[in-house]
Design a protein around this ligand. Structure first.
Ligand code: HEM
Length: 319
């Protein structure tokens, strides 16, 4: 097989630099996740996710991050493949070299992390992209649009509930539509009113079930279908995934907690070697500093993995 020729040290340096960038992201992500542990109805975590989802610099960073992950994986696989192609006949003696088994471990743990990451994206990130259904939240003020409130006030004037009003309008307009032959337009008009009614119901249900945050800023626990209705009636309402609620709900199931702990264990195995080997590849190691790098690597790995792990564990225990 003819692969384009890039010197393997160049590939290694790229892998190390991209890996270093991912190490910074992981620490940032693990720190932000700690907000999930606050019992503040998600005020801090939702504010953080809202910022992450709306700030254009962060959005650009997200593309760079995903690109870095893909490139890091592709380059590692390419390196592994070129190493293998350079030695087509396998050794008869089992390999005892430490470097060889470490790099094998890095490739396999990397592949496992990729698989876990896709599952993790299905849990959260793909909900934001609209590829997977989740739970959503919307700013309360956005629901109080003139259109929707107008229907409520009109119903109050007629001393009816909004539902009774729409039912009556539908019955009356069906008669006129038959006479005038504009049934399609009438059906569309009534359809719009029914959507507005659905938005009123979302607010009423939220009030009844206590799904409005204490500071009255957000209406939470919207279903995918409710979100679609909202988009039709109030296209500018900008509902977003309720990641705080979704994380707390998911981590109330033992099998999901165990799955995530497995994910963190694989990350632990990967990072244990990633940190010192990135320094080595970049030529930043030196016999004087080797011990410091080793200790720093251990501190970083334990810190990040424990910060990740503490979230599902404490949420599961109801703390
Ligand atoms: C307790 C564990 C974790 C929780 C609760 C969690 C939660 C989340 C949430 C809510 C998002 C979507 C954020 C947004 O797009 O605004 C997200 C995205 C992401 N997560 Fe995690 N995560 C966890 C662990 C991890 C781990 C261990 C990794 C890496 C190996 C990881 C990598 C990512 C990446 C790459 C994204 C997409 C980029 C981004 O949106 O920032 N996550 N995670």
């Amino acid at each position: 097989m003819n692969l384009p020729k890039i010197h393997s040290i160049t590939k290694k340096i790229c892998v190390a630099l991209l890996g270093g960038f991912l190490l910074v992201f992981l620490l940032f992500h693990a720190t932000a996740n700690l907000f999930i542990l606050r019992h503040d109805e998600g005020a801090w975590y939702s504010a953080f996710c809202h910022f992450m989802g709306t700030n254009w610099i962060v959005k650009a960073f997200e593309i760079v991050l995903l690109g870095a992950i893909v490139l890091h994986i592709l380059l590692t696989l390419w390196l592994a493949l070129t190493n293998r192609l350079a030695r087509p006949t396998r050794y008869h003696e089992p390999q005892k070299s430490k470097t060889h088994s470490t790099s094998k471990l890095m490739v396999w743990s990397g592949i496992l992390i990729f698989v876990c990451l896709i599952i993790h994206f299905c849990d959260f990130y793909f909900v934001k992209l609209g590829w997977v259904k989740g739970e959503y939240m919307v700013k309360t003020e956005k629901l109080q649009s003139e259109e929707v409130m107008g229907l409520v006030q009109f119903a109050q004037q007629m001393e009816m509930t909004p539902e009774e009003l729409v039912d009556q309008l539908e019955a009356e307009s069906a008669m006129y539509a038959d006479e005038n032959g504009d049934a399609e337009e009438v059906a569309e008009y009534i359809g719009k009113m029914r959507d507005q009614l659905a938005v009123i119901n979302i607010v009423q249900r939220a009030q009844m079930e206590g799904n409005i945050t204490e500071d009255m800023q957000w209406v939470r626990h919207l279903t995918y279908e409710e979100r679609q209705t909202l988009k039709r009636v109030l296209p500018e309402s900008d509902s977003e995934p309720d990641f705080y609620y979704m994380a707390r709900e998911k981590f109330s199931h033992l099998h999901i907690v165990i799955g995530y702990l497995f994910f963190f264990f694989v990350i632990f195995m990967h990072l244990r070697h990633a940190f010192p080997s990135a320094f080595q590849t970049l030529g930043l190691n030196n016999y004087k500093y080797n011990n410091i790098i080793e200790v720093l690597g251990k501190i970083y790995t334990w810190l990040v993995v424990l910060m990740f792990a503490i979230v599902p564990i404490l949420v599961y225990l109801g703390l």
